[in-house]
Design a protein around this ligand. Structure first.
Ligand code: FAD
Length: 505
């Protein structure tokens, strides 16, 4: 399951770094925490790393970073902070891969737990009727579109992508969790065991516990022969002396273009409603240019090169539907027929069919190449004031009209109605809902956009500065959220960067 990622980096007028200095009381904190006996390491040095995230907008300096080796290290720290009561003001943030965009994994003057250093038992696979894998909470996904997000960080949100229409978000694919709660208790929970905590933690924005282990459902992948994250995915490991053979092509990856939003959404809905259609379906808005972030066809070949070369729409806003079909190499003929038949049901602009064939691992890690390019150009570390929204299906056309009229921001390349060089992702998810992600944030002063709240739009990866706004966000579920907080993290120690609760209040 999971993830369309936007690899873009951009300048944004709102994106000014906020740096909060180290506290003068940090020496007291050192004194109270140093005597703890830990398997891992509590470091008061090089803490600036934990005051950064992908968003590069907020920078909250912690007092220390815990590099846990064991679950017990996490529990010990949290229990110790509980014993100090509310007077210490100390909080704890689990940090997955720091891919939050608004400081959610940071803890001002608190302790950041580097989840990637947690040593779980060796990754175990279980086959059978319902195959699954047990993984540490700090493990990177080998399942998401962008493979550099952690299991714990993503499960604390949802995990939504081009495969969610079929499998649901990632949180729908978890059988069991091991969690350290805000009181330091280590609890195993599932659909049948400690249910309230299980459902609280999944999508719980890190508020009720730290995920140290997750049991995640598996399904067979197309044939692979590549090593990924120390995980060998083929039938037999290649002999050590010879280099492994290149992985076979097992994914048909397709892009088609639309100029009409209604036709685009109709086709997208048609595809997601068929269980036998594609394995992955995403949409995005593009401006037909050939620069790096708009290079939507750089690795794709037009089905009809002559006609495609006559398709001129430079600078025009288009909607791109992206699909992938997985197959095993022996099924190639059948798969070609199947894909042709599916494509014949769509109403994209004639001659804008672009194809690519890659291995499964290349497809999963497709955004890595763009990431490297952007890093090389120094664009990856720019501020990312992203906005991800979930929009009710009934309101998408209204929403799209509003968006079209927006004056987003001044981009270095000029003033744009749709941000240049910045993808707008547009995923049909479930039959009832559609979600659209817009990067970057539109200008706050633009009140028209803020009226979007009236369209029943919800933020994904939300960020608010006041509890009043959080209450509105959660709606009738706020009371449950509040009750769970007082049960599992009564002192409000966990995930302060979400700015939902303040310790001691
Ligand atoms: P962090 O940013 O480190 O943490 C996120 C939150 O979870 C924090 O509050 C943190 O305290 C908490 N947390 C971290 N680990 C744990 C844990 N083990 N237990 C409990 N709480 C924890 N999301 C999607 O759904 N679909 C996408 O397609 C997608 N693509 C992305 C592409 C990029 C390039 C980026 C930067 C982000 C993308 N995201 C996507 C968002 C991503 O899911 C979130 O940023 C998420 O927070 C995962 O990042 P992380 O593992 O680095 O977590």
């Amino acid at each position: 399951i999971v993830v369309l990622l936007s690899t873009c980096s951009t300048h944004h007028p709102l994106a000014k770094a906020t740096i909060f200095p180290r506290s003068s009381s940090s020496s007291n904190i050192q004194l109270s925490l140093k005597p703890l006996i830990l398997d891992g390491n509590l470091s008061f040095e090089n803490i600036h790393e934990a005051a950064k995230d992908f968003g590069n907008i907020y920078h909250f300096l912690p007092s220390a970073i815990l590099y846990p080796e064991t679950v017990s290290d996490i529990s010990t720290i949290i229990k110790n902070i509980n014993e100090m009561g509310t007077t210490s003001g100390l909080t704890v943030a689990a940090r997955g891969n720091g891919h939050s965009v608004q400081g959610q994994a940071q803890a001002y003057r608190g302790i950041v737990i580097d989840m990637k250093s947690l040593r779980g038992p060796e990754m175990q696979f279980y086959t059978g009727e319902l195959p699954y894998v047990d993984v540490s909470g700090g493990e990177l996904w080998s399942w998401t579109d962008f493979l550099r997000l952690t299991v714990g960080g993503t499960l604390s949100n949802a995990g939504i992508s081009g495969q969610a229409f079929r499998h649901g978000p990632q949180i729908n694919n978890v059988y069991q969790l091991e969690v350290v709660t805000g009181t330091g208790e280590v609890v195993t929970c599932s659909e049948k065991q400690k249910t309230d905590l299980f459902y609280g933690v999944l999508g719980g924005l890190g508020q009720f516990g730290i995920i140290t282990r997750a049991r995640i459902s598996l399904e067979p992948a197309p044939i692979m022969v590549k090593k990924l994250n120390n995980l060998f995915l083929g039938d037999k490991p290649p002999p050590k002396s010879s280099p492994p053979p290149p992985p076979p092509v097992t994914v048909k990856w397709i892009r088609v273009l639309y100029s009409d939003f209604s036709i685009f959404t109709k086709d997208q809905e048609h595809l997601i409603s068929s269980q036998n259609a594609f394995d992955y379906i995403e949409g995005f808005v593009i401006i037909n240019r050939t620069d790096l972030v708009n290079s939507w066809r750089s690795t794709f070949n037009p089905k009809d090169p002559v006609q495609a070369s006559q398709f001129i729409s430079d600078g025009k806003t288009l909607f791109c539907l992206e699909m992938a079909k997985y197959f095993n190499p022996q099924e190639i003929d059948f798969m070609n027929q199947k894909v042709d038949s599916l494509l014949s049901e769509l109403s994209y602009i004639e001659f804008t069919l672009f194809l690519s064939e890659v291995s499964y691992v290349e497809f999963l890690d497709r955004l890595h190449v763009s990431m490297l390019k952007l890093q090389e150009m120094g664009l990856w570390d720019h501020p990312h004031p992203w906005l991800s929204l979930i929009i009710p299906r009934s309101r998408i056309h209204e929403f799209a009209q509003e968006v079209e009229q927006q004056d987003f921001y001044d981009h270095p390349r000029g003033r744009c109605s749709i941000p240049s060089g910045v993808p707008i992702l547009c995923n049909a998810m479930f039959h009832r809902d559609r979600w659209l992600r817009i990067h970057p944030q539109p200008k706050q002063k633009n009140s028209g956009f803020l009226q979007m709240a009236n369209l029943g739009v919800k933020k994904y990866l939300p960020h608010y500065l006041t509890q009043e706004e959080w209450k509105i966000h959660f709606g009738y579920k706020w009371e449950v959220f509040l009750r769970r907080k007082s049960t599992y993290d009564p002192l409000a120690i966990l995930a302060p960067g979400q700015t939902i609760f303040k310790k001691g209040k």
